[in-house]
Design a protein around this ligand. Structure first.
Ligand code: MN
Length: 374
């Protein structure tokens, strides 16, 4: 056995990457995205990088870069040191014996292990996931909770530039009737030229959803994401049964067990899979496989990752046969600073798999130094 694969160092760095424009969710906004980089080094001198990232802060799922850094440094690193990077399954099992939940933190570690392992072998990460069934994925652009004229102007500029053909609007920050009228105005302006989807980020209750969502379907909205709280999957199933357009599960879906329950109840027509919220590449593949077996396609969703985490999600979305419902892997496009030496390639409305070993992304050390949090 080759001893070069032994893990001899685990390091973390928190950076705050400035955004091109503030990004608003129902209950949070950010003008810089906090990112935790996890570096796993082998005794052979190979370093793998993973990214721990949540949208803006702990409002989405309880984790933040600060909690992830403590979990990784204090509890996960001791499990990894001295073990082999190609033992990802047993390593993550042993990590879970020490850390019960914390899927975002685990994802950062699991991706770093894959990156180091693939680099040591000189192969791309998708090769370790069974190979690429596609080499690019379509990318939807996310619009914030601003008034209709503001988001329409932004969408039309993206359309004109040929960058994106579908748009996802964040909802849930306003009174429901006002919010619905706002989205109706946007859908009206974009009718026939671009697809419009909405994400409620779990902000409405069952009755509010049943009252207001049919109007959005009538207005031409093509998909509704997570209208009700994550644990209310019976309500999600009822909403899905009543709506003529697809419902996508996001906050309700973090594990393969969640995927099975959602599929059994018919609670979602599309699965939003984020490698971050699901604990990494392998669990994401498992969830996509459950979906595919149940006839539910997977969408490559985002926590607004920098190029490292975006590449990880891209390798997953290209390796998962069931990931046929496009992506929203636009993270690097929202960032005002390019964190990678070579930017990921966005062209023709798609994000394309990078060449090169591992994730195919090299972080720019000067940028990491410049935006590092003290
Ligand atoms: Mn979502």
């Amino acid at each position: 056995m080759n001893d070069d694969l032994r893990i001899d160092r685990v390091e973390t760095v928190v950076v705050d990457v400035p955004l091109r424009r503030p990004h608003r969710f129902a209950r949070a906004a950010m003008d810089a995205q906090p990112v935790l980089y996890v570096f796993v080094r082998t005794s052979g001198g190979v370093t793998g990088t993973g990214e721990g990232v949540v949208p803006a802060g702990p409002w989405w799922g309880g984790e933040s870069v600060e909690t992830m850094q403590v979990i990784v440094e204090r509890y996960v690193a001791p499990v990894l040191l001295g073990r082999r990077v190609d033992e990802v399954g047993p390593l993550m099992r042993d990590v879970t014996d020490v850390v019960a939940a914390n899927l975002f933190a685990k994802a950062a570690v699991e991706v770093a292990l894959h990156d180091a392992w693939a680099r040591a072998l000189g192969v791309p990460v998708h090769a370790l996931l069974g190979g690429a069934v596609r080499t690019s994925v379509p990318v939807t652009w996310a619009l914030g909770t601003e008034p209709a004229p503001v988001v329409v102007e932004e969408a039309l500029a993206k359309l004109d530039a040929g960058l994106h053909g579908t748009f996802k609007l964040k909802m849930g920050a306003l009174d429901p009737a006002v919010d619905v009228a706002r989205v109706e105005a946007v859908a009206d302006k974009l009718a026939g030229v671009a697809g419009v989807r909405v994400d409620l980020n779990a902000r409405w209750d069952r009755l509010t959803a049943l009252t207001h969502l049919p109007r959005l379907a009538e207005a031409g909205v093509e998909m509704v994401e997570q209208p009700v709280p994550g644990n209310e999957i019976e309500a999600l199933a009822e909403i899905n049964a009543r709506l003529p357009i697809p419902v996508m599960a996001d906050e309700s879906l973090r594990t393969p067990t969640d995927a099975l329950r959602l599929a059994r109840l018919g609670a979602a027509d599309v699965f939003a899979v984020k490698t971050t919220k699901c604990g990494g590449l392998r669990a994401s593949l498992e969830i996509a496989a459950v979906g595919a077996a149940a006839g539910v396609p997977t969408h490559g969703a985002t926590s607004i990752e920098s190029p490292v985490g975006t590449a990880a999600s891209l390798h997953f979305a290209c390796a998962a046969p069931g990931a046929t419902w496009g992506s929203e892997l636009f993270g690097p496009l929202l960032m005002a600073e390019e964190m990678a030496v070579e930017p990921l390639r966005y062209a023709d409305g798609h994000l394309h798999l990078p060449a090169g070993p591992g994730l195919g992304v090299e972080l720019d050390p000067d940028k990491v130094r410049a935006f590092r949090r003290d």
